[in-house]
Design a protein around this ligand. Structure first.
Ligand code: PGA
Ligand code: ZN
Length: 427
């Protein structure tokens, strides 16, 4: 049986040029010819973080990387975590993750840092897959008893960036295109990419800036959400995909909520008025998904919108749930949403992330595997989406390698699956 021989963490840079944690995991694997097996993983980082997320440990020394250094988290991996995990078998991810959780001992993982724990948790998954000699997605499917894996996720592509991710002035953080009318992931990706290029040409023609925001989407100065959606529909039409590409929003509403009121594109609204605003948008545009429509503790706002949109539009909780099954249970009780965004670093271990995915699936909710706005070249989430059959992925726009590397990995997974690959849009 393979056991953990050595863990080694280092500081690397994420896509915003901020430090983050990368972990190498070496297994002692008697069954492999060369003796030693290796897995590596890097931890992402959010900007519009939910207040209930697990703690990302930063050094706080303003003289170094503006306080964003991760040397403490790195030292926690190389010190106490490496010591506690040395010699542990990797056949059961839950035992590895429970050891990490117990060692930290706090509900928010603030003692060792969720970034330290997650780097190790993911690197162990990668090392196990290497030891098994299979792709990570296959190894994850086996580890978490997923039957009939082979579903490629429908991408929610963030081609117009606003909120905390860009200076576009747009209140909604993400205006996305969703290629639904296709039978293969590769065709969906092509259609989304052609639409992205059509949008580029359109923005240029209209005299907008074509610089991109944190997730590789454009950040033109538009006056409101309606103008953003008009641009997207025009681009979809120009690319020749009318009806085959739908629209989605991540409002990230906690960021524009103050004292119980919401300010959207200069207009101040109550929670109920914001709900009416969304309903109106869904009547005017082919919107199939709204994420974080309301602030992270406005349960009534979510529940009201969810009830009024029914199954026609999925309502997604991101900051609302922070990939935490306890918060999900409140959401289930209150019928607050019918979908959840899944982010590994919101909760801090792979097992707990899978718990959230599987609770969603058992409860009839949809689950969307997601990147963070600060990313690396790590493609773990592409494998998580395919291995756990989440059916949807949110990994940014069609530019910048930190985003595109996940799409490219999904192309490889689809190729590996061959005739067994499935691409099914649930909308
Ligand atoms: P974040 O944004 O990674 O900055 O939190 C992504 C999202 O809100 O979905
Ligand atoms: Zn979000």
């Amino acid at each position: 049986m393979s056991t953990i021989q050595r863990l080694h963490a280092r500081t690397i840079l994420d896509s915003r040029g901020n430090p983050t944690v990368e972990v190498d995991c070496f297994l002692d694997n008697p069954s492999s010819g060369s003796g030693q097996v290796f897995g590596r993983a890097a931890v992402p980082s959010g900007a519009s973080t939910g207040s209930h997320e697990a703690l990302e440990l930063r050094d706080g020394d303003k003289a170094v990387y503006g306080g964003k250094g991760v040397t403490k988290a790195v030292a926690n991996v190389n010190g106490p975590i490496a010591k506690a995990l040395k010699g542990i078998a990797v056949s059961d991810q839950r035992i590895v993750d429970d050891t990490l959780i117990d060692l930290d001992g706090t509900p928010s993982k603030s003692a060792l840092g969720a970034n330290a724990l997650l780097g190790v948790s993911m690197a162990v998954c990668r090392a196990r897959a290497a030891g098994e000699g299979v792709s990570l997605w296959r190894s994850l499917a086996k580890q978490f008893a997923v039957e009939g894996a082979g579903l490629l996720p429908v991408p929610l592509m963030n081609v117009l960036n606003g909120g905390k991710h860009a200076d576009s002035g747009l209140s909604f953080q993400e205006c996305m295109i969703v290629p639904t009318g296709f039978d293969r992931f590769a065709d969906a990706l092509r259609a989304g990419t052609e639409t992205f290029h059509a949008l580029h040409a359109l923005l240029k023609k209209k005299g907008h800036v074509t610089a991109v925001g944190d997730e590789g989407g454009f950040a033109p100065r538009v006056k409101d959400a309606a103008e953003a959606f008009d641009l997207l529909l025009e681009a979809i039409h120009a690319a020749g995909y009318d009806g085959k590409i739908k629209l989605a929003i991540d409002a990230a509403a906690s960021e524009f909520c103050e004292g119980g009121r919401y300010t959207v594109d200069g207009r101040s609204m109550t929670s109920a008025e914001l709900t009416a605003f969304y309903i109106d948008l869904t009547k005017r545009y082919p919107i199939i998904s709204i994420e974080d429509s309301h602030a992270e503790d406005d349960w009534d706002g979510f529940a009201d919108l969810n009830q009024r949109t029914g199954s026609a539009v999925q309502i997604v909780g991101d900051d609302l749930y922070v990939t935490n099954v306890e918060r999900m249970r409140t959401g289930l009780d209150r019928k607050a949403t019918d979908a959840i965004l899944i982010k590994l670093n919101q909760i801090g271990t792979v097992s707990e992330t899978v718990d959230a995915i599987q609770l969603a699936q058992e409860s009839g909710w949809r689950a969307i595997t997601s990147h963070r706005s600060g990313e690396t070249e790590d493609t773990f989430i592409a494998h998580l989406a395919a291995g756990l059959k989440t059916g949807q992925i949110k990994t940014g726009s069609l530019s910048r390698t930190d985003r595109v590397c996940k799409y490219n990995e999904l192309l490889r997974i689809e190729e590996e699956l061959g005739r067994d690959a499935k691409y099914i849009a649930p909308f």
